[in-house]
Design a protein around this ligand. Structure first.
Ligand code: COA
Length: 190
């Protein structure tokens, strides 16, 4: 069984340089700024956030999904400054199969520092060890090199390539599906 206690008390995660905490509506401004940045949205294939109100809605939906025990959405913050730098999600928890799909986004000012790898290692370790998940899935646009790199570094293996299965913004896009079992998990050594 999945450990449901984490849906009663939010699982705050701490790493060397980061704290992953629950979202609040106060984060909307930073979310909007990140999710309207073309560098971030280039391969996300989802709508950019045009207003803070739209980001508030996004946060509310995420909090609701958590309250329904179907997902966990972390705001990633820098420990030293307290700055909001990105998000990490188990956004589709499939309890029956002990599996979740992940999603992640980082403000470009913080790319290239290993921050997302650090956040991902902590979230996946939590997922396997505490939440009792068995596997993770990630779905990427094949052109998303940065995303593929972090998945491969973490031990994810490509299990599928779907041709033109995703219709977005008037185009049919290909998808790559990556999966991780705990025995293939390669967190960075501290
Ligand atoms: C995907 C994304 C989160 C990756 O961010 P990132 O900063 O490149 O990821 P990492 O945390 O793994 O950092 C790795 C880089 O930091 C470097 N680095 C610097 N210091 C480091 C440290 N202490 N530890 C580890 N890596 C470090 C690595 O060498 C690596 O650089 P490289 O890419 O030139 O090889 C980011 O590109 C992003 O937000 N993209 C837009 C949103 C998106 O597409 N999300 C995924 C949708 S599926």
């Amino acid at each position: 069984m999945i450990n449901k206690t984490f849906f009663k008390e939010f699982p705050v995660l701490e790493t060397n340089r980061l704290i992953l905490r629950k979202f609040t509506l106060e984060d909307a401004k930073e979310v909007q700024s990140m999710r309207s940045d073309q560098r971030v949205m280039k391969h996300m294939d989802s709508k950019e956030h045009l207003s803070i109100a739209q980001s508030e809605e996004f946060i509310k939906e995420n909090l609701n999904t958590y309250s329904l025990e179907k997902g966990i959405f972390w705001a990633i913050t820098e420990k030293n400054s307290g700055a909001f730098i990105g998000d990490f999600a188990f956004w589709r928890i499939d309890s029956k199969n002990f599996r979740a799909e992940i999603g992640y986004t980082l403000n470009p000012a913080y790319w290239g520092k290993g921050y997302m790898k650090e956040a991902m290692d902590a979230a996946l370790a939590f997922g396997f060890k505490k939440l009792n998940l068995h596997s993770f899935e990630a779905n990427i646009n094949p052109e998303n090199m940065n995303s593929r790199k972090i998945l491969e570094r973490t031990g994810f293996k490509k299990e599928a390539y779907f041709r033109e299965n995703y219709y977005y913004d008037g185009r049919f896009l290909d998808s790559e599906i990556y999966c991780l079992l705990e025995r293939d998990f390669t967190p960075r050594k501290a």
